[in-house]
Design a protein around this ligand. Sequence first.
Ligand SMILES: [Zn+2]
Length: 346
Amino acid sequence: MKNLLYFLFFYLLFFSCKKDKFEGVVSEELSFYVDDFIAEGAKRGVTLSKGRLEALLIAEFSEEKEANVCGLGWSNFDNQNTQRIEILDSEFCWDNQTDIQRENLIFHELGHALLSRDHLGTTFPNGTPKSIMCSGTGGDCSNFSVYHENETFKGYYLDELFDPNTPAPAFTQRTNFVRTVFEDQFEEGINDWETFIESDPNIFEVALDSSENGIRTGAYSMKIEVKESVIDEGSLIVVKRFELTDFKDCSSLIFKADIRTEGAVDGYLSHALSLRERLPDDSLNRFYLNNQPISEAEEGAILLSDFPLEVYCISSGTNVVSVSFAVKSKLPVKIYVDNIRVELVE
Ligand SMILES: [Zn+2]
């Protein structure tokens, strides 16, 4: 207790001598985003000032960090009562990012610095982060793409940023089926599916299958096969694109398929939807991935129909959607895919 009092005494002495005159520093490149953040707060009744803020675009972080970190934020930097963010001035973290991606990153760091917010690991049922304050460690959360330009979508994340008690948005609870926007039962073959193989192409095979595999809706299904055991697991991705037109802004998509495996995947099987959004200035490809822990699943069980993948609140700029499956396995396995549907819901 005595130590704590000494500490407090020195801390107060130190602090009161040191930082009275500090007036804040914001790198020119970040200035627009900082002002925008303060304006978004003001719209929501949260008054913020730049008076104690250091917002810096810098070549090197002030502390050592893993290679994939692009930004840091402190509400009390170095115990000097300074609010500080550091954004790494690198090709990946800055040069190659679009305006909206930079905004995602900077707003997250300003959430730490100006709002004293911690990370929030909570997600909506489809795995989308509940907050832009999501953590990048151990999850799929990217601080560059939590929200996009869609007003309803972005609006929710900004509301939540300034008020963590904001209720879940309506678009996460939509179930009104509108129509099926894509389906494939492989009766026309598999030639229009593109295959990308990252390893020895002889190990993987994608083929039209007509055997009795237990999930067929017609005569055929698609078989993805890993033919032999490998030490370094390669990966295979099959993709098909379709155009999406004539839908209400902020509609959602649900991706369903029937998948069955023979043999155990030592790796993963995932299915994904990615959206290409053509917007006036920025285009952001949104990517939604569902990793399925196949090794734990019972062999032969139909897997995916129980785990539909949902994408919330698609933007009116979206015009192309890709459906894909990825397999990575060290062990031989046969994966049968059939009855793929993508449904539009409002
Ligand atoms: Zn963070």
